[in-house]
Design a binder for this molecule. Structure first.
Ligand code: UFG
Length: 337
């Protein structure tokens, strides 16, 4: 059985689907602070198999230990559960450190106690900040985090590295996601931001649906071909498959060291305007947008070198941008109706 924390969330739910498709039994643990329990039924609709579900806040150390007592057959853990809003983390840093770091420590302590050794962690390309040389490889130095959220990812990586050094049995893989977008092709699960979306693609789909008047593009005077920022947008289903591969690597003991980390992106940079154009083309519609000032804290450009993940994990992003943006639109329409 694979324990998926944050398994009703955006990337978590897609990963549960891929784990079930790969033949794994899954257990979702989620506090439902930023997701809906109904996602469990939707996963069942997609896979024909229902994941086990437990509502639990991993900040509760006692309950976290009880979880492992109750499910002795947990073979590996994929840890998604975390707060993820950059702006909110600047306003409420303690909440972010308490939740993102506190939960991780409880989980690792419980795993230690119950002799569980396989751990896959959701990290982020945020650990690179604005790199000098592109694309970024895993050897690109990490930078001072730009937000408490980013710092929790960086600190978590350090905790995993140190824990693996001190405990030769413990093995973990951190996946550094670039920008996950899109939704499951069924349109049954997808990204569901509460309130006004901070991220580009949910804002685009909500604008197309008429929930938002207009997309604001944050700056067109960057040093990029069309002046808008560049990111590496990775399809969420492709991204989810990387977790399945990472789990298998740990279970089959193919890892080369006790703490490994991989870039998970497409290897291709795309500007904000290219996203808008691709969205319009893939869905045969026009998007209402305007150029506004830069958003404070935005980095100009980043994209991944994915050679290590390609070679070591045998994983590669496969789904194209148009198809991904069509899936995002399909999800928005289906969810709203
Ligand atoms: N953008 C707009 N308008 C919007 C929203 C976004 O123009 O309404 C632009 C941003 O300026 C940026 C790009 O679209 O150039 C992508 O922005 P997102 O907010 O979707 O994503 P970010 O790359 O800023 O942030 C993501 C994750 C964070 C993570 C960060 C690491 O959401 O969790 O990458 O770099 F910390």
């Amino acid at each position: 059985m694979i324990l998926v924390t944050g398994g009703t969330g955006y990337i978590g739910s897609h990963t549960v689907v891929e784990l079930i498709n790969a033949g794994f039994e899954t257990l979702i643990v989620d506090d439902l602070s930023n997701s809906e329990k109904e996602v469990v039924d939707r996963i069942e609709q997609i896979c024909g198999k229902k994941p086990a579900f437990l509502q639990l806040d991993l900040k509760d150390r006692k309950k976290t230990f009880e979880l492992f007592e109750k499910y002795p057959n947990i073979e590996a853990v994929v840890h998604f559960a975390a707060h993820k809003a950059v702006g909110e983390s600047v306003e409420k840093p303690l909440m972010y450190y308490e939740n993102n770091i506190g939960s991780l420590i409880n989980l690792l302590n419980a795993m230690n106690e119950f002799k569980k050794t396989n751990f896959v962690f959701s990290s982020s390309c945020t650990v690179y900040g604005q790199p000098d040389i592109l694309p970024v490889t895993e050897n690109t130095p990490r930078m001072e985090a730009e937000s408490p959220y980013g710092n929790t990812k960086k600190m978590a990586e350090d905790i995993l590295r140190d824990h693996a050094l001190a405990n030769s049995a413990f093995k973990s893989i951190a996946l550094r996601y670039f920008n996950p977008i899109g939704a499951h092709p069924s349109g049954l699960i997808g990204e569901l931001p509460r309130g006004i979306p901070n991220n580009l693609v949910p804002f685009v789909t909500q604008t197309a649906y008429g929930l938002r008047e207009q997309l604001s593009i944050f700056g067109n005077d960057y040093d990029t071909p069309d002046g808008t920022c560049i990111r590496d947008y990775i399809n969420v289903v492709d991204l989810s498959k990387a977790h399945v591969v990472a789990i298998k690597r740990l279970l089959k003991k193919r890892n080369k060291s006790n703490y490994e980390y991989f870039n998970i992106g497409t290897g291709k940079g795309t500007t904000v305007l290219e996203i808008v154009k691709s969205f319009e083309k893939a869905n045969s519609l026009k998007l209402n947008y305007k150029i506004v000032d830069r958003r404070p804290g935005d980095i100009e450009k980043i994209w991944a070198d994915t050679t290590l993940a390609n070679n070591e994990l045998g994983w590669k992003a496969e789904i194209g941008l148009d198809e991904t943006l069509a899936s995002a639109w399909n999800w928005e329409k289906k969810y709203r109706s």
